[in-house]
Ligand binder design. Structure first.
Ligand code: ARG
Length: 287
C-alpha cells in the first residue's frame, strides 16, 4: 500500500488556531454603594431576614466590582445611596437609559418605591429629563438591550403593558419574554447579553412561548446549567469581550472562554443575600 503523505505549506504548520478575537467596547455604568444595604424584608425567594449581612464585606465586594470596571477602562457614575432604601444597591433596577432618553423605574413593591425618586433625581443631575411609565417597570432588571433590540421580561415584576410604553419612549423594537420561575424573577437573572447578537440563558426560567422566541431570535444562544444559574451566574455584565460574572459560576465561565469571551469572576456573596449579583448592581448608560 502506497504510503500517504500529507503536504503542508509552512503557514499550515506554524499558524496557530485562530480563535476569534473579540473587541471590547468602552462602557458607561452607574452603581450605588451598599451603604444602607440590609435584608429587612422579603420580596424574592433569595431573601431571608434571619440571615445577617456583613456590611464591611458587602462594601469591599462592591468596591472590587467597581475596580474591575475601572481596570477595564469603563466609566462608573456613582448614585448617592439613601437610608431606608436597602435595595438601592441594585442600580440596574433604577431605570433604562439610552441616548438622551432616561426612563425611571416604577417599582412593583412598596418597599422599593422610594428608589424611583432617588434615581430620577440622579438622572436630572446628569442633565436628563426622566420619563415615567404608567405601569410597573424595574429598569434593566427586566429590560436588556441586545444590539438595537430590547428584550423585556414580565411575569413577576415589570408589567407586560409597560413594554409598549418602553418601546414608544425609546423607539426600540421590544420582544416580551415571560418568566415562570420565582427564583428568576427579573430577566437579568435568567438571560445574559454577551454582545450585540449573542446571549446566554436558562431555558426553564421561561415560558414555552418565550423559549421559542429566544431560539428564533438567537439560534446560537448559549444554554447555561442549573448549577450556574442557581448562583445567579447569568447576572453578568459584558463589554463584548470581558464578561464580569459571579465567581461561583465556573461552568458558565468555561462556556464563555470556549466562545472566545474573557470571563472575570467576582465574589458578591453578600449581595446575593438580597437576590442580586453583578448585573443587578450595574446600570448601563447606553449610548
Ligand atoms: N432585593 C431586590 C429585589 O427583590 C433585588 C433586585 C435584584 N436586581 C436585579 N436587577 N435582578 O427587588
Amino acid at each position: 500500500m502506497a504510503s500517504y503523505r500529507r503536504f503542508m505549506t509552512i503557514s499550515d504548520e506554524v499558524m496557530p488556531t485562530i480563535t476569534h478575537q473579540r473587541t471590547a467596547r468602552t462602557r458607561r455604568y452607574a452603581m450605588t454603594a451598599p451603604q444602607y444595604f440590609t435584608v429587612e424584608y422579603v420580596i424574592n425567594p433569595w431573601m431571608d431576614i434571619s440571615t445577617p449581612v456583613d456590611p464591611t464585606l458587602a462594601r469591599s465586594q462592591w468596591e472590587t466590582l467597581r475596580q474591575v470596571y475601572a481596570d477595564l477602562g469603563h466609566t462608573v457614575e456613582l448614585v448617592a445611596p439613601r437610608p431606608g432604601l436597602p435595595d438601592m444597591v441594585y442600580a440596574a433596577n433604577g431605570g433604562f437609559l439610552i441616548g438622551d432618553t432616561a426612563v425611571v423605574a416604577r417599582f412593583a413593591y412598596p418597599q422599593r418605591a422610594g428608589e424611583a425618586d432617588a434615581y430620577a433625581e440622579w438622572m436630572t443631575g446628569l442633565g436628563y429629563r426622566p420619563l415615567r411609565t404608567q405601569y410597573v417597570n424595574e429598569g434593566q432588571g427586566d429590560l436588556l438591550l441586545v444590539g438595537s433590540h430590547l428584550l423585556a421580561g414580565h411575569g413577576f415584576r415589570t408589567d407586560r403593558r409597560a413594554h409598549a410604553e418602553i418601546a414608544a419612549l425609546t423607539g426600540r423594537t421590544v420582544t416580551s419574554l415571560e418568566l415562570v420561575d420565582p427564583r428568576f424573577y427579573h430577566l437579568d437573572t435568567a438571560l445574559a447579553v454577551l454582545d450585540d447578537s449573542t446571549i446566554a440563558y436558562y431555558p426553564p426560567a421561561f415560558s414555552a412561548e418565550a423559549q421559542q422566541r429566544i431560539t428564533e431570535l438567537f439560534p446560537a444562544a448559549i444554554e447555561v446549567s442549573s448549577a450556574d444559574t442557581y448562583v445567579l451566574g447569568l447576572n453578568v455584565v459584558s463589554d463584548n469581550r470581558n464578561v464580569v460574572l459571579p465567581a461561583a459560576a465556573t461552568g458558565f465561565a468555561a462556556q464563555l472562554r470556549q466562545a472566545g469571551f474573557e470571563p472575570i469572576g467576582v465574589d458578591l456573596s453578600e449581595l446575593l443575600k438580597g437576590g442580586g449579583s453583578v448585573k443587578c448592581c450595574t446600570l448601563e448608560l447606553h449610548p
